[in-house]
Design a protein around this ligand. Structure first.
Ligand SMILES: Cc1ncc(COP(=O)(O)O)c(C=O)c1O
Length: 392
């Protein structure tokens, strides 16, 4: 029978009816080790008890009231994000792409409010991914994502990743700012060099334009830092967050400094659901766990174990995988064979990983994955590499 769902996600076969920690269970009771975490969303695994409790408690009080009224836990979450980052202000959305869109609007509005209304263009880097609504697809220019969707000049420019001179040359009196991922996700897990980040920051300051980081995927502890930019110490003017922020409950946020937020006076932007009480109750519970002393240190000890095991596999099976990339638990594995074949071979062994650009796969375990689960993943990866190496 033809599905009533649109075909834009293809036709996945696997179905899960239950999740617990790092494991997903099919209706037939088969269990899979989940190193996809809903594409870097379930940062504390499935049905984490503290998140379940926060959601259940909130669900008996109030689900939704809208931004017509104050929402204490939403103010609390904003305050905590401000206290732990470069930011002074937060706008909540429901998704990553909306957080990015909010940032694009804020960049334009900032210059407009300073009498520089012609500064509207935003520069992105090649192989970036910022979401699927019109402005982010226009920014990223992925031919598959834009075909049939864009007309005219939507106001974005793109420069090669890591090339500071190309960026300098692309900046004109019409440029409002630059957006980049401190660690590229969909494009293939790629760490943006700290030196380049520093040069971009200096260039933006020199030319009076804004720097926005997209940490929708790299944020919320995945890099070992609350946000990956903290590894470099180079702060942006704006930052988009989502995915792990709700640990599985939809929420996004655009963080910014006061000077960029100031022109966003009442009526300039909004969202019916953004900052919804259920979402921010869970967001606060996520932060309770993530910011607990020692939590991220423990997570990064696990990441080091996983990475050491992967390094060993790369040495032993150079015909299957050739390199690991990223930071912390944001791990890319470059495949020598087809990444699709590698993913399917792992799926046959009930380990789930995600595809990424550059013929790579992403390993995105929950941050609280156990040592035993890491070893199960490594054991399966070893068996799969052995089989694929022999088959090749
Ligand atoms: C870096 C980055 N930005 C933006 C997005 C879009 O987020 P969402 O799918 O929640 O709109 C994603 C999603 O994968 C992402 O990885």
């Amino acid at each position: 029978m033809i599905s009533a769902l649109m075909s834009n996600y293809g036709n996945p076969d696997l179905e899960f009816e239950r999740g617990e920690g790092t494991w997903l269970y099919t209706p037939g009771g088969e269990r899979y080790l989940d190193f996809t975490t809903g594409i870097a969303v379930n940062c504390l695994g499935h049905c984490h008890p503290e998140l379940v409790q926060a959601l259940q408690e909130q669900s008996t009080r109030i689900w939704h009231s809208s931004n017509l009224f104050r929402i204490p836990q939403t103010e609390k979450l904003a305050r905590r994000l401000v206290d732990h980052t470069f930011a002074d202000r937060v706008f909540f959305s429901n998704s990553g792409t909306e957080a990015v869109e909010a940032g694009f609007k804020m960049m334009r509005r900032y210059h407009y409010s300073r009498g520089d209304a012609q500064r509207v263009r935003i520069i992105s880097l090649t192989s970036s991914f910022h979401g699927r609504t019109l402005a982010p697809i226009a920014a990223c220019r992925n031919p598959v994502h834009i075909e049939g969707f864009l007309t005219g000049d939507p106001g974005f420019d793109q420069v090669p990743f890591g090339d500071i001179e190309a960026l300098r040359a692309a900046i004109t009196p019409a440029t409002a700012g630059v957006i980049l991922e401190p660690i590229q996700g969909e494009g293939g897990i790629r760490l943006t060099p700290f030196d380049y980040l520093r040069q971009v920051r200096e260039l933006c300051d020199e030319l009076g334009i804004l720097l926005m980081y997209d940490e929708v995927q790299s944020g919320m502890g995945r890099s070992g830092y609350l946000y990956a930019y903290m590894a470099s110490g180079i702060a942006p003017d704006l930052l988009a967050s989502a995915k792990g922020l709700g640990g599985g409950f939809p929420i996004g946020a655009c963080l910014s400094t006061e000077r960029v937020a100031a022109p966003m006076v009442a009526g300039t932007h909004g969202s019916t659901f953004g900052g919804n009480p259920l979402a921010t109750a869970v967001g606060n519970a996520v932060l309770d766990v993530l910011l607990a002393p020692g939590f991220l240190d423990d997570a990064m000890r696990g990441a080091a174990r996983l990475r050491a095991g992967l390094a060993d596999l790369i040495t032993r099976y150079p015909g299957v995988i050739s390199e690991q990339t990223g930071l912390g638990y944001m791990i890319g594995l470059k495949c020598v064979i087809s990444n699709g074949d590698f993913i399917h071979a792992l799926m046959d062994e009930r380990v789930l990983v995600v595809k990424a650009g550059g013929n790579s796969v992403r390993l995105l375990p929950p941050l609280n994955v156990s040592v035993a689960e890491i070893d199960i993943a490594l054991g399966t990866l070893q068996r799969v590499c052995e089989r694929l190496a022999t088959a090749g």
